[in-house]
Design a binder for this molecule. Structure first.
Ligand code: PEP
Ligand code: MG
Length: 630
């Protein structure tokens, strides 16, 4: 190991050769971005900048505030510069950078920092660091720890803003990755979106980060830039040294350090196969999604950021089946206004038109935390004031969102969906407010579609049991298996150690999906499924067998699922699902489905990319294990 600790903000020095990691160490992480790449490692230090805590004299306070303001302007300029250097294409990367621009300039944040400088006479660095610490604590409910990707990501956002401002104040403005003169694999604790974007023109062949999940911004941007990445590889910085040869397997979520020749050859082949395969799939993205015996299956995209709408179309989505609007409420302390929301929804609807967009009303609470709501601490937040319950308890906020959605309906095919409905009464209460919102939109003279369908997520066991009753009043259903699995099997969806038990092939889940599909079909209510299981090829064929003809998933999975469904017949899917319903364990079901369909789908099943719960950390082991002997 190198005896010199790396300087913050700069790469660690190449170690003496005997300091390399042992041959063939395998680190397990999370598959952040697909693909397999190999190259020498460049280990970059922690981005946090050390600063001196000093008090300022009263006479220097205005100067200190002026320093802060210059730092804010410079930080914004820097992010803008990075954004301008991005090639056209990965729209969500610039979307993330735009969000950072707003966060850095957030008047609330600046005001808080200024107040600390004035009242506590702290230097600007100290005031920035403390304010960011205070804000990050808002994203650390007592019992959450690091278990929730959503919360963790929000904390990372704040850390990024803090880091950027501290770097400007200290004059250390370079991005953490210097110009590289050969293709390298970048290994870091975490990479900010600006750091990631700055690498676009550098010969970076892959990323590995110690923290992060599939939904961390590093992973999102790596996918957009089509660079393989493994995130959440907890031991990466202590095991890997600059100069080590590393294989980054973004399909299996593993990193192999100093591989033997055979493993290296295998990685090259896997990488080349994946590339050829992904290109082939993408080129077929506009083919219809029809099973071999002629049944069309509609594939739509789950979207969280407005810029992802374009990505969805690029991957052949027939529309947006789930637009999670929670993101509009986070990273801020004030509520988004009606006009602000209207512009956002309108942009998405127009980008996707004439295809449909299903906007889900906010699913805040439980594990999805938004400081603007100032939610009470709860012992069991997943069973507390969440989603539709929170909406009904805050009609002012809910009506604002409904009005914005209704106004956006003037610009395309828009549907409104309500999360976590557990009773008919809730749906009726929502419908009443929906009617009130329509009257208010009309009274204000705004145009809107004549009819906007109002549907519900089926993600609570009670909703499954009364699906036939709900079907009389809901205009469509979307089955949310991420939560349905959590609430049915009593497994916290954010708990990594329980993740192997949370199988979508559990007989209880199969029966529930079948029950909902039947109730919907009997009442002619359109039904889809938008849980992350839809992006698994084996699960997707099973879902068709259970009667579903519409699935919504993360955009990147659409070409693969389309290919899978084009290779199977509905008759086979139905026959296998029928047999699966008679089995007693999740393993038996999975074996049956895999045994039946693996011959047709073998190349699609090659990856071990475990994406059953896209919004959550996927199961990960963070121990370093030796590869099979040389
Ligand atoms: C679900 O629960 O399956 C779902 C799609 O919603 P979310 O993951 O946003 O809770
Ligand atoms: Mg849900």
């Amino acid at each position: 190991m190198s005896s010199d600790p790396p300087k913050p903000g700069s790469p660690s020095r190449p170690p003496p050769s005997d300091a390399s990691a042992p041959r063939g160490v395998v680190l397990k992480g999370i598959a952040g971005s697909p693909g397999v790449a190999m190259g020498p490692a460049l280990v970059v230090g922690d981005t946090r900048t050390a600063y001196t805590r000093r008090h300022v004299a009263s006479a220097q306070i205005e100067d200190e505030i002026a320093r802060l303001k210059t730092a804010v302007e410079e930080a914004r300029r820097h992010v803008r510069e990075v954004s301008a250097r991005l090639p056209a294409g990965p729209l969500e990367t610039s979307g993330i950078l735009d969000a950072y621009l707003t966060m850095i300039g957030d008047p609330m944040l600046i005001e808080r920092v200024e107040q600390k400088i004035r009242d506590e006479k702290k230097c600007a660095e100290w005031a920035v660091a403390q304010t960011c610490d205070d804000l990050s604590k808002l994203f650390l409910p007592a019992d959450a720890g690091d278990r929730d990707a959503y919360i963790v990501e929000r904390r990372h956002d704040i850390e990024f803003v803090c880091d950027r401002l501290l770097r400007e104040l200290s004059g250390d403005t370079k991005v953490i990755v210097p110009r590289l003169d050969q293709p390298m694999v970048v290994i870091a604790r975490d990479l900010s979106p600006a750091d990631t974007a700055a690498m676009v023109r550098e010969p970076v062949v892959a990323f590995v980060t110690e923290i992060g999940t599939r939904t961390s911004h590093t992973a999102i941007m790596a996918r957009a830039l089509e660079i393989p990445a493994v995130v959440g590889a907890a031991d990466a910085l202590s095991v890997i040294r600059t100069g080590d040869i590393v294989i980054v397997d973004g399909l299996r979520g593993q990193v192999i350090v100093n591989p033997n020749d055979m493993t290296a050859d295998d990685a090259r082949n896997r990488g080349a196969r994946h590339l050829a395969f992904a290109r082939g799939l993408l080129s077929a993205r506009n083919q219809p999604c029809v099973t071999r015996d002629g049944d069309p299956v509609s594939l739509k995209a789950n979207v969280e950021l407005p810029a992802e709408a374009i990505l969805a179309l690029d991957h052949g989505a027939e529309g947006i089946g789930l637009y999670r609007t929670e993101f509009i409420y986070i990273d801020r302390t004030t509520m988004p206004t009606e006009d602000e929301q209207y512009e956002l929804y309108r942009a998405v609807v127009e980008a996707v038109a004439p295809r449909p967009v299903t906007l889900r009303t906010f699913d805040i609470g439980g594990d999805k935390f938004a400081s603007s709501f100032q939610l009470p601490a709860e012992l069991n937040p997943a069973l507390g004031l969440r989603a539709v319950r929170l909406a009904l308890s805050r009609p002012d906020v809910f009506l604002t969102q409904l009005r914005a959605m209704l106004r956006a309906s003037a610009h395309g095919d828009l549907r409104v969906m309500v999360p976590m409905v557990a009773s008919v009464q809730e749906l009726r209460d929502v419908r009443r407010l929906f009617g009130q919102a329509m009257q208010e939109v009309d009274a204000a003279g705004h145009p809107r579609a004549k009819h906007v369908p109002l549907g519900i997520m089926i993600e609570v066991p009670s909703a499954v049991v009364i699906a036939d009753i709900l079907a009389r009043e809901a205009e469509f259903f979307s089955i949310g298996t991420n939560d349905l699995i959590q609430y049915t099997l009593a497994i916290d969806r954010g708990n990594r150690s329980m993740a192997p038990l949370a199988s979508p092939f559990h007989p209880a889940i199969l029966r529930m999906i079948r029950q909902v599909a039947r109730a919907a079909n009997e009442h002619a209510v359109p039904v889809s499924l938008c849980g992350a299981m839809a992006s698994d090829p084996l699960a997707a064929v099973m879902l068709v067998g259970l009667g579903l003809r519409e699935l919504s998933m993360e955009a990147a999975a659409i070409p693969e699922i389309k290919e899978a469904l084009r290779r199977v017949t509905t008759v086979d899917c139905e026959r296998t699902a029928e047999s699966a319903l008679k089995l007693d364990t999740a393993d038996a079901v999975e074996e049956l489905i895999a045994g039946t369909f693996a011959p047709a789908l073998f190349d699609l099943l090659d990856s071990d990319d475990d994406a059953y719960d896209e919004g959550r950390p996927t199961p990960t082991t963070v121990t370093a294990t030796p590869e099979t002997a040389d």
